[in-house]
Design a protein around this ligand. Structure first.
Ligand code: SF4
Length: 363
């Protein structure tokens, strides 16, 4: 729970993936840090995200015909859940296991994946001719120098053309306001961009564009993403341009040009502990996010086997409760030091906070 940042060196970014591109537009430095830390997150990922990776793997196994019936479904489900829970325990996240008690709609989502299995054959029969159809699950698409590269969930090729499908286990739509002021649901822009980049990479590899792009949701909805070939090429060229701009600023040691701390950008950034711009931004924006910085003043022990920490932030004294008693000595060694606590639970009424299973302290 108490960590120190490991030594790291900012490296040139050799590649960008379609799934990273959109978030790198708003803060390119996020990609720089991810690359420098070997894409290993510096903060724990929440239970829903871990569960999402299990759901994604299940859909992949269904598309690969590894899961073909109820029996293989149940076997793979319990194996993957167990493997994920073992991994969480090894990483000190025993507090969010068993996953079924800590993720939203565990049983409902399991049933949704099962429905994908049940409907798969019928659904695909309606969209393609089975005679000459080839399925390519988990297919890598890349340009010739591998600077833009990613793995697409499923490609289906047949006589009438190619369909690229990407599976999404979370929310697919976001609200947008049209010209008349009416709120409508649109596909999340990052997903559209991701698929259009795949389309252009497919073109670069095969000299032909796919005929259709689809997002497949847990409800087994096939959501079509409309596209023009020229638009896909434009996005691809912009991705190359971004990569070149990032590397230009790295070689000039000018990170200020590519870092952009905002609530939206940083909220889910796993590299916050390594981002000095974020740490600086946090000193005046700590009320807007779930992280806190400050000097440790005092440690209090409570009768419920937890400890609390008094933190001096600017001129305010903030209390953080719910920290594990077994870490008391470690926290006492931090008295007088400046620390940052990430992933706290805060309330709107007070600056005081409570630790969660995901709280991590960096000194
Ligand atoms: S913490 Fe914020 S500013 Fe820093 S890299 Fe992440 S998104 Fe960018």
């Amino acid at each position: 729970m108490i960590k120190k940042l490991s030594d790291h060196k900012i490296k040139m970014v050799n590649r960008i993936s379609p799934s990273q591109y959109y978030s790198a537009i708003s803060c390119p430095y996020k990609l720089v840090l991810a690359n420098s830390f070997g894409y290993q997150s510096l903060l724990p990922i929440n239970a829903n995200a871990h569960f999402g990776s299990v759901l994604h793997k299940m859909i992949e196994l269904i598309s690969k015909d590894v899961i073909i019936d109820e029996q293989s479904f149940l076997k793979n489900w319990s194996d993957l859940i167990k493997k994920k829970e073992d991994e969480l325990k090894e990483n000190g996240l025993v507090g969010i296991t068993p996953l079924k008690y800590f993720v939203n709609d565990f049983a409902f989502k399991k049933n949704q994946v099962k429905n994908i299995l049940l409907k798969k054959r019928d659904r695909l029969k309606n969209t393609i001719q089975p005679s000459s159809t080839n399925f390519f699950p988990e297919k890598r698409l890349e340009n010739s120098d591998k600077t833009v590269t990613g793995i697409v969930d499923l490609i289906i090729e047949n006589d009438s053309g190619t369909t690229i499908l990407d599976f999404k286990t979370g929310k697919v739509f976001s609200d947008a306001i049209d010209e008349s002021g009416i709120t409508e649901q649109t596909i999340k822009i990052e997903y559209e961009i991701q698929l259009k980049l795949y389309a252009h990479l497919y073109f670069l590899m095969t000299k032909k564009y796919p005929k259709s792009l689809f997002i497949v949701t847990l409800r087994n909805d096939f959501i079509k993403v409309e596209f023009e070939n020229s638009e896909c090429e434009k996005i691809y060229l912009e991705a190359l341009e971004l990569l070149s701009t990032i590397n230009f600023h790295i070689s000039n040691n000018d990170m200020a040009a590519i870092v952009n701390p905002t609530i939206e950008n940083c909220k889910y950034c796993s590299y916050r502990p390594a981002c000095s711009s974020y740490s600086k931004w946090l000193t005046v924006n700590f009320e807007a996010v779930n992280d806190l910085f400050g000097r440790v003043e005092k440690i209090n022990q409570f009768s419920n086997e937890t400890i609390g920490l008094e933190l001096k932030t600017q001129d305010k004294l903030i209390l953080i409760n719910g920290l594990p008693l077994e870490k008391k000595e470690n926290f006492e060694s931090l008295i007088g030091k400046i620390i940052i606590l990430y992933n706290l639970k805060k309330t709107k009424q007070s600056l005081n906070a409570t630790a969660s299973s995901f709280t991590v302290v960096y000194e």
